[in-house]
Ligand binder design. Structure first.
Ligand SMILES: Cc1cc2nc3c(=O)[nH]c(=O)nc-3n(C[C@H](O)[C@H](O)[C@H](O)COP(=O)(O)OP(=O)(O)OC[C@H]3O[C@@H](n4cnc5c(N)ncnc54)[C@H](O)[C@@H]3O)c2cc1C
Length: 413
C-alpha cells in the first residue's frame, strides 16, 4: 500500500497547522469554557473561507463519493483527507467539524442525488465568501445505534412529501442551509422503507427544537430538529441512481456515507491522541523534574505505549482510506479503524491523566478537555460497540456477499 501524499499537499497541511495553533485550539477552548459553539456569524468562519480552506480539509473525503462521471482513476482524495482530519483534530476536533461545508450532508447527495440536485444543493458551497453548512439527520431519540428503527415518517401527497418526526444530536443542524433527513415510508418495510429527503432551512414545519448540551466537542454544535407536517417537493427526495430500485438505496447510501467518513473520524481520534501525548510530555518535562522525569518508568512507559498504539491506529485509518481511493469495499476496515482509533485515543487520554496525576482532572490543563472530547468522539457515527457488531457481522454473518440470515432492527450506525 502506498501512503505517499502529493508533496504539493504539504503546504496545505502546514496551513492547517498554523490555523490550528492560532485559531482552532484557542477558539475550541473558548467554546468549551463558554459552554456553546461559536455563533454562525463569527468572523472566524469568513476568515477560513478567505484562506480557501473550507470543505477542503475536513470535507474532502466526504466529497469523494463515487460520481457518475468517475473516470476510474485512482485518486488520493481519501488519503489526503485522513491526513488533514488528523491535523485539524490535533488542534481541536470540535472546531474542525464546525467549519463551513456540506459535511456529512454531502455524501448522500453525491451518492443518490441527480445532476440537478447536486447542482442545487452542493452549488452553494462553491466559491462562496459566505459560510454555509449542511447536515445529516439520521439519529432519533428512539433510534441511535439501531438506525433501521427510525420512526420519522414520510408520506406522499401529490407532488409533495410530508415529513413528521424528531431527530437529535445533529451536527451543524441548527445552522445548516439544508439537512438530509432520513425517514421511513413504511416502518413495516424496515430498511427497505428508508428514504432520504433534503429539507431546506425555512421550510414550514421544520424547526430547531434545541441545542444539545454535550460533555465534550462543545465547539461543534449539535441540535435536536423537529419536523411537523413538513412538506417538501418531490424534487427534494434523493432517490438513488436506480429510481425503480427495491427501495434499499436509502439505507445502503447511508451506510456508504459511513464507509467514507468513519476513516476520517478514526484519523481525528489519532490526532486527538497525539495532542494527549504532547500535553503529557510537556507536563512531564515542565513539572516532573525535566529530563530525569523522562527516566521515570511511570512516564516513559506510558508515553511509549501511547506513541506505539497511535502509530498502529493511524495505519488502520490510512488503510481504510487507501481502499476507498482504490474504490474497493472498505466497510469492515472503516469500522475497524473507527473502533480501534477511538478506543486507543480514549485509553491514551486516561493514561495522560495518570501522567499528570491530580492535575489531570483540572480544567486548566488540556488533558481534561481532551478526555471529554475523545469520549464524545467515540459515540459519533456509531459507538465502539456498534463498530464491533458491524465487524463481527461482516466477518461471521456473511458468506461472500450473501447474508446467512437477515435481521430487522440491525444496528449499523
Ligand atoms: C458529538 C455528536 C455528534 C453527532 N452527530 C450526528 C449527526 O450529525 N447526525 C446523526 O444522525 N447523528 C449524530 N449523532 C448521534 C450518534 O450517531 C448517536 O449518538 C450514536 O449513534 C449512538 O446512538 P444513541 O446515543 O442513541 O445510543 P444507543 O443506540 O441508545 O446506545 C446506547 C449504548 O448501547 C450500546 N449498544 C446499542 N446497541 C448495541 C448492540 N446491538 N450491541 C452492543 N451494544 C449496543 C451503544 O454502544 C451505547 O453504548 C451525534 C452524536 C454525538 C455525540
Amino acid at each position: 500500500m502506498d501512503f505517499a501524499i502529493d508533496p504539493k499537499f504539504d503546504n496545505l497541511k502546514q496551513m492547517v497547522g498554523w490555523l490550528g495553533k492560532d485559531k482552532l485550539r484557542p477558539l475550541g477552548i473558548e467554546a468549551d469554557r463558554q459552554g456553546h459553539a461559536l455563533p454562525s456569524d463569527h468572523p472566524f468562519f469568513k476568515e477560513v473561507l478567505a484562506m480557501g480552506l473550507t470543505g477542503g480539509f475536513v470535507g474532502k473525503m466526504k466529497d469523494a463519493a463515487p460520481r457518475a462521471d468517475d473516470d476510474g482513476r485512482v485518486r488520493r482524495t481519501n488519503r489526503r483527507a485522513v491526513v488533514m482530519a488528523e491535523e485539524a483534530a490535533y488542534w481541536d476536533r470540535g472546531m474542525a467539524t464546525s467549519l463551513p461545508g456540506p459535511s456529512l450532508g454531502g455524501p448522500p447527495v453525491m451518492l443518490m442525488g441527480d445532476a440537478e440536485q447536486k447542482k442545487r444543493f452542493l452549488g452553494i458551497f462553491k466559491g462562496t465568501k459566505e459560510p454555509h453548512w449542511a447536515a445529516f439527520a439520521m439519529s432519533e431519540p428512539g433510534a441511535g445505534s439501531d438506525v433501521a428503527g427510525i420512526s420519522t415518517r414520510a408520506r406522499q401527497d401529490g407532488d409533495e412529501w410530508i415529513i413528521d418526526g424528531e431527530k437529535c444530536f445533529i451536527s451543524n443542524g441548527a445552522r445548516a442551509s439544508w439537512v438530509v433527513v432520513w425517514a421511513t415510508i413504511d416502518p413495516n418495510l424496515g430498511r427497505a422503507g428508508h428514504r432520504a429527503f433534503v429539507v431546506e432551512r425555512g421550510t414550514p414545519g421544520f424547526s430547531v427544537a434545541r441545542i444539545e448540551k454535550k460533555m465534550g466537542l462543545t465547539a461543534s454544535e449539535t441540535a435536536g430538529l423537529l419536523f411537523e407536517n413538513c412538506r417538501v417537493p418531490v424534487a427534494n427526495m434523493l432517490q438513488g441512481s436506480d429510481r425503480s430500485a427495491s427501495g434499499k438505496d436509502g439505507f445502503v447510501a447511508a451506510m456508504k456515507t459511513f464507509d467514507m467518513t468513519r476513516p476520517l473520524v478514526a484519523a481525528m481520534a489519532v490526532g486527538m491522541g497525539r495532542a494527549v501525548y504532547d500535553e503529557s510530555l510537556r507536563f512531564a518535562r515542565e513539572n516532573l523534574g525535566g529530563a530525569s522525569a523522562w527516566r521515570m518508568d511511570r512516564v516513559r512507559d506510558r508515553l511509549a505505549w501511547i506513541e506505539r498504539k497511535l502509530e498502529m491506529a493511524r495505519l488502520l485509518a490510512w488503510r481504510a482510506a487507501w481502499l476507498a481511493d482504490h474504490k474497493r469495499p472498505n466497510a469492515t476496515e472503516a469500522s475497524m479503524a473507527k473502533a480501534e482509533c477511538a478506543r486507543i485515543a480514549l485509553e491514551a487520554a486516561s493514561i495522560g491523566m495518570d501522567v499528570l496525576g491530580e492535575a489531570g482532572g483540572a480544567s486548566d490543563y488540556l488533558i481534561e478537555k481532551l478526555f471529554r472530547d475523545i469520549k464524545a468522539l467515540d459515540l459519533v457515527e456509531g459507538t465502539g460497540q456498534i463498530q464491533r457488531v458491524v465487524i463481527a457481522r461482516k466477518l461471521i454473518g456473511f458468506r461472500g456477499d450473501r447474508p446467512l440470515k437477515s435481521s430487522k432492527g440491525e444496528a449499523d450506525v
